[in-house]
Design a protein around this ligand. Structure first.
Ligand SMILES: [Zn+2]
Length: 194
């Protein structure tokens, strides 16, 4: 895939499918977007096909479709991006707006990470290898975000900012590999965790 770019409104110009979610609101005034948060999700857990994740982020998931979905009823969540194992990128929320992905969280002493982060959900599970094309697509999105957001300098996993509560993106996510892919795209994000 060639380099990705964002338009002035904060949507990827090409290389992604736009699927606007109603689950967002405005960031606090003067919030600087400093952090990218990596997550994983699959619905049902471990199932890597179908449209349930997209439907969840759009507020359209039929929670009677699967027994495990009952706990999702009424849940209003989103992410800026969903990167599927095929490498497909779906954007739900503009960069400038606040998506609802981190929940109760803290990064370097700062609470409420949604205020100052973008959220990327990778289709996956903690202990299942992510696909190469998915890792590359994720790095493509992050490199484009780095170009569009001058204050973006940090990257973390959901488990880093919500320890004890969240485990994603899990041991299957290779941080050295992601940082190497980002480096190759001239995007120097730092993950301040061992
Ligand atoms: Zn997460």
């Amino acid at each position: 895939m060639g380099a990705l770019h964002f338009d002035q409104q904060g949507w990827l110009i090409s290389g992604a499918r736009r699927s606007p979610s109603p689950h967002w609101d405005a960031r606090p005034v003067h919030a600087e977007i400093a952090l990218a948060v990596i997550h994983n999700i699959s619905l049902p857990a471990g199932c890597f096909e179908g449209s349930a994740v997209e439907e969840l982020f759009l507020g359209r998931l039929n929670c009677e479709q699967h027994p495990s979905f009952s706990e999702l009823a009424g849940l209003r969540v989103s992410a800026h991006f969903f990167v599927r194992r095929s490498g497909e990128i779906i954007q739900f929320v503009r960069l400038q707006d606040r998506a609802w992905h981190a929940g109760v969280s803290e990064f370097l002493g700062r609470p409420a990470c949604n205020d100052f982060s973008i959220g990327l959900e990778l289709e996956g599970a903690d202990d299942v290898m992510y696909s190469d094309i998915q890792m590359q697509a994720t790095a493509d999105v992050l490199a484009a975000a780095c170009s569009a957001l001058p204050n973006l300098k940090w990257i973390a996993g959901h488990a880093d900012i919500a320890p004890g509560r969240k485990t994603d993106p899990g041991p299957a996510f290779s941080w050295p590999e992601m940082l190497r892919l980002l480096n190759g795209r001239g995007c120097l994000l730092t993950r301040p965790y061992p």
